[in-house]
Design a protein around this ligand. Structure first.
Ligand SMILES: CC(C)(COP(=O)(O)OP(=O)(O)OC[C@H]1O[C@@H](n2cnc3c(N)ncnc32)[C@H](O)[C@@H]1OP(=O)(O)O)[C@@H](O)C(=O)NCCC(=O)NCCS
Length: 191
């Protein structure tokens, strides 16, 4: 039995539908959106280890390649996670990990997103997010949320442009080089 494309309850676990591969024309060339595979490990690992990217993510760097591979394996095996890659010129330019919340919040998902510095400003991340909104709707996800460090003005502006609202903040949430920053919760109603 496969989950199909409607986000069903599968043996007690909420399941995402499978993300259908898409090819989108951009002014730079074709962008492919597809489920992550083990072949993406090296490119995705390089992205999370770029300083302008990692400073806004909540895990210690350097992230070893073995850990990225492990995360991809776990994600592919998980019924409540969908990791989608935006591939440009044969290589992952960025990706988003969607995680369905459990129990009474199974109509809600959270996410983490990261694009290489080289692909930021191309519109690739924006295209990916809009495809994700359509996919989430099919998977019966009504609300999408993320945590953003307050000084990540680029991501905050990106989320605003996509219709996310700031819903509150938790002080002292991030510590970088001895300095604390607030975490801002952003959320968007999908339908
Ligand atoms: C967040 C991310 C996916 C957005 O993708 P992107 O390609 O950079 O997004 P865009 O360029 O489409 O949009 C960024 C917006 O911020 C604006 N912007 C760019 N640099 C900025 C800055 N330093 N301060 C404020 N706004 C900025 C851009 O002008 C753009 O808005 P506009 O389209 O209205 O002009 C990408 O920047 C990224 O991967 N960042 C590193 C990891 C990260 O922060 N992840 C999110 C963690 S919550």
């Amino acid at each position: 039995m496969t989950p199909g494309n409607s986000g069903v309850n599968f043996g007690g676990f909420q399941v995402f539908g499978s993300f259908k591969k898409a090819k989108i024309k951009t002014r730079f060339g074709l962008l492919a959106l597809r489920r992550v595979g083990m072949r993406d490990a090296a490119a995705l690992n390089a992205i999370v280890n770029e300083t302008p990217v990692s400073k806004f993510l909540n895990f210690p760097t350097p992230v070893p390649l073995s850990l990225t591979k492990k995360r991809i394996r776990e994600s592919l095996a998980s019924k409540s996670q969908e990791w989608i890659v935006a591939e440009f010129e044969g290589k992952a330019a960025g990706s988003i990990v969607l995680r369905r919340e459990p129990g009474r919040s199974s109509h809600v998902a959270n996410f983490g997103i990261a694009f290489s510095s080289a692909s930021q400003g191309t519109g690739f991340a924006f295209i990916l997010m809009n495809a994700v909104f359509a996919f989430l709707k099919k998977s019966k996800i009504r609300m999408l949320h993320a945590n953003v460090v307050e000084d990540n003005s680029r991501a905050r502006s990106f989320y605003r442009k996509l219709g996310f609202k700031d819903c509150g903040r938790i002080p002292l949430f991030y510590k970088r080089g001895g300095k604390y920053s607030d975490m801002v919760v952003v959320a968007k109603k999908i339908y």
